[in-house]
Design a protein around this ligand. Structure first.
Ligand SMILES: [Zn+2]
Length: 119
């Protein structure tokens, strides 16, 4: 079968507060969002018919990222926690435990999100 690549995406949510100190907008004051994150892995299809087991991905994401972010104040551990910087932080935390991450998307609202792609 001919295809260019095959990816799977795990989506998760967390609630967290932030304030953007380097921004002259309403985001400068303390407020919260329900953030949505999509983590995409692009890899060879294995003999079991999977790129990566979703259950295993969920375990890694919950342990390394979600449990730490949920109900947190993001400024405590991410400098200028924009959707972009949160995505980069998530990548750095996941990378040692989850290979072949090709894309991370962080939604600050249903219509505003940052997308980071990796080689
Ligand atoms: Zn905000």
């Amino acid at each position: 079968m001919d295809y260019q690549s095959i990816s799977i995406t795990k989506e998760f949510f967390f609630d967290a507060a932030h304030r953007l100190e380097k921004t002259k907008s309403k985001c400068e004051t303390l407020h919260g969002h329900t953030w949505k994150v999509q983590v995409t892995v692009t890899e060879e299809l294995k003999d079991d018919g999977m790129v990566h087991d979703f259950t295993d991905m969920k375990k890694i994401i919950d342990h390394c990222v979600r449990n730490r972010l949920d109900h947190s104040y993001l400024n405590d551990f991410i400098e200028q926690p924009t959707a972009e910087n949160i995505g980069l932080w998530i990548y750095r935390e996941l990378k040692p435990h989850l290979a072949h991450i090709s894309k991370i998307r962080v939604y600050e609202s249903p219509t505003s999100y940052a997308t980071i792609t990796f080689f």
